[in-house]
Design a protein around this ligand. Structure first.
Ligand code: AKB
Length: 315
């Protein structure tokens, strides 16, 4: 039985992935770690900073860890405000994890890349797995460099590292923080709370997106696949749907006819404009059987249903 370490477990993806990993492997085999304690009681939680390499090393040895999900990172919009801090966290954190995996060959690593690794010269529609990548955000540069490091550690040292390029992730359990695609989560809160939504992207800005359950399934699936099926050791394109603010607004408005939106694009528009509109993820589908379950309609249904419950509990 595996012993699993999730780094950055309090984040939007981490808080959902920990639940899924515990369902699969048993609670006492999954350590959730972060630099702050989560709200409420949490079993098998430890404070751990990925930047503290000796502490990370001790933790891995003490708990006989053989799978690491390294999710701690600064996202695209926030990273533009603190470029050097973002570079330090996003790069050194990954290198610390890869180094531990190099020293402990039994450890399998998951590390998320992103559509942010693409850039303005990348073909925007049905973006191929292998193509021009010229990211012009700090986040994107760190993701592209991270992909190269993953492939390097795999080829030079045999590290079993696996990665996907997530699109924007949308879930109801935890809020995202500091991303360019975060609007697509926030819009649901505003609709349910009866407020006008101020959208920081233009109405027609198409971006690749994914419901959180699909993202979690993809993560479990790529990590469970036999090593021979993982033919790409930088990072796999991954897709489910693409939509614009105008489209998701129209879908939500069918449930909340009085819901209003105003478009107030800010610096995040340039980030979104540098990213693909849609992604070709056929390699992930062929190599390890990836399939998504949620499109825009299903996403809207499941988000509204669950957020209504969540917000009525909170209020
Ligand atoms: C962001 O918007 O920064 C992230 C991402 C697409 O990687 N959600």
């Amino acid at each position: 039985m595996s012993n699993i370490l999730v780094i950055g477990a309090n984040g939007q993806l981490g808080s959902e992935l920990v639940i899924a990993l515990r369902n699969k492997f048993g609670s006492n085999h999954v350590w959730a770690t972060d630099i702050r304690k989560p709200q409420g009681y949490e079993e098998q939680f430890a404070l751990l900073d990925v930047m503290d390499a000796p502490a990370l090393h001790d933790f891995v040895q003490t708990h006989k860890i053989d799978q690491i999900y390294h999710l701690a990172a600064m996202l695209s919009a926030k990273a533009e405000q603190q470029p050097l801090a973002a570079w330090e966290l996003n790069m050194q954190g990954l290198l610390n994890v890869l180094e531990i995996a190099r020293q402990h060959p039994a450890i399998k690593v998951f590390w998320p890349s992103s559509i942010g690794a693409f850039g303005p010269s990348t073909p925007k529609d049905n973006t191929p797995q292998t193509t021009v990548m010229d990211p012009n955000t700090v986040y994107g540069i760190s993701k592209l460099a991270g992909e190269r490091w993953c492939q390097y550690y795999h080829e030079k040292y045999g590290v079993d590292v696996r990665s996907v390029r997530y699109p924007g992730l949308i879930g109801y359990r935890a809020l995202p923080g500091g991303g360019t695609t975060d609007y697509a989560v926030d819009i649901f809160y505003k609709a349910i709370q009866g407020e006008t939504f101020h959208c920081f992207l233009k109405a027609d800005t198409y971006l690749p997106m994914m419901y959180m359950d699909d993202a979690v399934q993809a993560t479990l699936q790529i990590m469970a696949a036999p090593a021979g099926q993982i033919k790409i050791r930088s990072s796999y394109n991954l897709a489910a749907m693409s939509f614009s603010p105008a489209e998701i607004y129209a879908g939500i408005k069918q449930h909340y006819p009085d819901f209003d939106i105003v478009y107030e694009p800010d610096y995040r528009q340039a980030i979104a404009d540098s990213w693909p509109r849609s992604i070709d993820d056929s390699a992930a589908r062929q190599h390890w059987g990836w399939q998504h379950a949620y499109g825009l309609e299903e996403l809207i249904e499941v988000m509204l249903e669950n957020l209504k419950i969540k917000l009525s509990v909170v209020n």
